[in-house]
Design a protein around this ligand. Sequence first.
Ligand SMILES: *[C@@H]1O[C@H](CO)[C@@H](O)[C@H](O)[C@H]1NC(C)=O
Ligand SMILES: *[C@@H]1O[C@H](CO)[C@@H](O)[C@H](O)[C@H]1NC(C)=O
Ligand SMILES: *[C@@H]1O[C@H](CO)[C@@H](O)[C@H](O)[C@H]1NC(C)=O
Ligand SMILES: *[C@@H]1O[C@H](CO)[C@@H](O)[C@H](O)[C@H]1NC(C)=O
Ligand SMILES: *[C@@H]1O[C@H](CO)[C@@H](O)[C@H](O)[C@H]1NC(C)=O
Length: 398
Amino acid sequence: MLYKSLAAGVIAFGLPTMASAALIITGSMGKADGQPGSLNTIKYADGKLEIINTQVGVCGKISSWMEFIGNHIYCLDEVWTGGNGALYNLQVTKDGSNLTQVGNKLEMLPGPVNTARYGQNHRGLAVAAYGGGGLQTLDISNPAAPKTLQSTNFTMTPKPKAGDQQKSSHPHQVILDPTGDFIAVPDLGADLIRIFKVDKNTLEYKESSTVVTPDYSGPRHGAFVKLNSGTYFYVVTELSNEIIGWKVNYTDNNLELGEKQFLVPTHGPGTSAPNNVTAAAEIVISPDNKFLLISSRNEKSIEIPDPENNAAGQIPSDPIITYAIQADGTLRLQQIFPAGGVHPRHISLSKDGSLVVTALQNDNRIALIKRDVQTGNLTEFVGTVKVEGPPMFAKLKE
Ligand SMILES: *[C@@H]1O[C@H](CO)[C@@H](O)[C@H](O)[C@H]1NC(C)=O
Ligand SMILES: *[C@@H]1O[C@H](CO)[C@@H](O)[C@H](O)[C@H]1NC(C)=O
Ligand SMILES: *[C@@H]1O[C@H](CO)[C@@H](O)[C@H](O)[C@H]1NC(C)=O
Ligand SMILES: *[C@@H]1O[C@H](CO)[C@@H](O)[C@H](O)[C@H]1NC(C)=O
Ligand SMILES: *[C@@H]1O[C@H](CO)[C@@H](O)[C@H](O)[C@H]1NC(C)=O
């Protein structure tokens, strides 16, 4: 009820409010199992969203993640149906209207889902392989010819009541710390944060420390935040739907996550997930380090006007939940705002923090939402578009 009135009160679709132009690049999985996925370029100008390019199969079947480097896009194919994953190297025209593959695709460990750049001149690329349970690194000194460096398969013993996602290791993200010396890898299958030390020159990594999260929590994505009081690390857990935060302790040679700072359910202290299929997904930090945003999937806890056809009535939406980061690293619940549909697997912010892009996997929809950078609140929908196949990734190319 509360959400219904909130949504009705604040949402006004298609307002021609922002004059600036921008491109959003998205990746989708195929329309049906085994079919090729699509990449879309969406132009945002004069307050409107318009698809200006759709290319099918340029990033395999399950286009799970992208890294933008100048006019190169590295795109991961998660594949899903067994076998190795792949990294596609694409060149994109300035206007976003054409993506062209460069060289051959690179075979990767199965199920790659996320990348992070590291090392001197950001010439290393770390990749988390969810399906294969591994970590991989590439040398991208020459963006046109990435070379595989190191590869590790993680082993673990499943816990007695392990569900399907915890029968083996499932690293879901690679996150570079603010010093650039460490990479944190949340392992959803093992209830661990695996931390690696990297050599910025040779790009080699080695194990630094391992931090345990609560049993069956399923840590998925994380983020570092550097405040005056120290550096903090936050992780969102997919299975227990919580945010866990630690103060980072830099010792002589390692990054350690100190005593647990706090653990808060995604909807705030004293709440529980709205239903038994709720699965928290993304975590992002605002550019000013003052706010933490998470997305939660499958809740359908909010109703909003159908964004493509206001006259058609209401549709269900999942939330984006904003927390204000306090001076001591603790979190204060600030706002619950509709994501624009169901299953926001990926959300991302514009560089200035004034726009939020959401990839709504179950609605084949991309939504663009305005955000007040002073207050940290999401304020209104700029617009939405439907794309071909369930979107897994959407980000402004700035
Ligand atoms: C895209 O660019 C490639 C390489 O320059 C070119 O061969 C192809 O014709 C272009 N496609 C379109 C639709 O413009
Ligand atoms: C790691 O796993 C992949 C498949 O998941 C396999 O092809 C590769 O041989 C494994 N590497 C090692 C060192 O076991
Ligand atoms: C930081 O790590 C060192 C070495 O493990 C330990 O002695 C120290 O107590 C830790 N400090 C905090 C605040 O956790
Ligand atoms: C989840 O909830 C639904 C209905 O609320 C119920 O039918 C189903 O058995 C529950 N599933 C589990 C795994 O608890
Ligand atoms: C931000 O949103 C919250 C939740 O709706 C609201 O209580 C608060 O007043 C808003 N802040 C501002 C400055 O609008």
